[in-house]
Design a protein around this ligand. Structure first.
Ligand SMILES: [Zn+2]
Length: 268
């Protein structure tokens, strides 16, 4: 009896162990590059740098931002080049009373919103993005990481419109992540290229997904990464492409989701 149990443990255990090294689409880690708020520098700096190396980015677009409304044709091209256009609401409402929120105007203070209003704005943004890229599968990022309206979480009201959502807590995402509507990310502001690369190395060591959150790339935003640090990270990803998968946020979320039935089965 004992030997049968040992045999079963071996048979079950070995493939699991073997899988653990390359659990991200056959690679050791996954790296998702996200860019928030629809900035001109995304079109002018980030996308040319990504395209040069054949890497993919996810752009969480604030649909009312001038860099989106005034450059729609360019975003169309970005989408046809397999980057992801994602939803970051229409007006980017945030809770104005929190520290460092002086930029929040009374009209777009999330504290004065209702769940219905934020839901409507998010749905309209999906429609706008669909008119640019023709896609129906979409992901979302909470503006300022605020997830509540008047103390009420609004995720349940909007999640049917999305495959997944990005939160703002700085953490590596494990292969068996359960909460697809609050996926962790690292907010980048002023880090060196070496510091960015260290996050990728950490993901490779722990077989994780790491999601980078950029705003400014070579300027245009208080939260900024230098062109040099950004370029160093991209070159590292290119050099490590045998070991590191670079999906869009949507591709990574669908990959996590595809494993759900397996996870459920293994819990039985
Ligand atoms: Zn934002």
């Amino acid at each position: 009896m004992k030997s049968v149990v040992i045999l079963i443990l071996c048979l079950c255990g070995l493939p699991v162990f073997a899988q653990q090294k390359n659990v991200w689409n056959g690679k050791r880690a996954a790296v998702v590059l996200t860019y928030d708020d629809a900035l001109h520098v995304h079109l002018d700096n980030a996308i040319p740098a990504l395209d040069l190396l054949g890497l993919k980015g996810t752009f969480f677009l604030t649909a009312a931002a001038p860099a989106f409304t005034e450059r729609l044709k360019e975003w169309e091209k970005v989408a046809s080049n397999k980057h992801e256009l994602a939803n970051h609401t229409l007006f980017h409402p945030c809770i104005g009373s929190r520290p460092g929120r002086e930029f929040v105007t009374p009209e777009y203070d999330l504290a004065t919103y209702t769940v219905r209003r934020i839901t409507d704005e998010i749905k309209v943004t999906n429609t706008m993005l669909n008119s640019v890229d023709g896609k129906t599968e979409r992901t979302f990022a909470y503006p300022c990481g605020d997830t509540t309206v008047g103390g009420v979480p609004y995720v349940d009201a909007v999640k049917e419109n999305f495959v997944a959502a990005r939160g703002v807590q700085g953490k590596m995402v494990p292969r068996n992540e359960q909460d697809l509507y609050n996926i962790g990310t690292y907010m980048i502001s002023g880090q060196t290229g070496e510091e960015l690369i260290a996050l990728v190395k950490e993901a490779m060591k722990t077989n994780s997904l790491v999601v980078f959150l950029f705003h400014g790339v070579g300027g245009e935003h208080g939260l900024n990464v230098s062109l040099e640090a950004h370029r160093k990270l991209l070159h590292f990803l290119k050099a490590q492409e045998k070991h590191v998968w670079n999906p869009t946020f949507l591709e990574a979320a669908n990959y996590l989701k595809a494993e759900e039935p397996v996870k459920k089965a293994s819990r039985k």
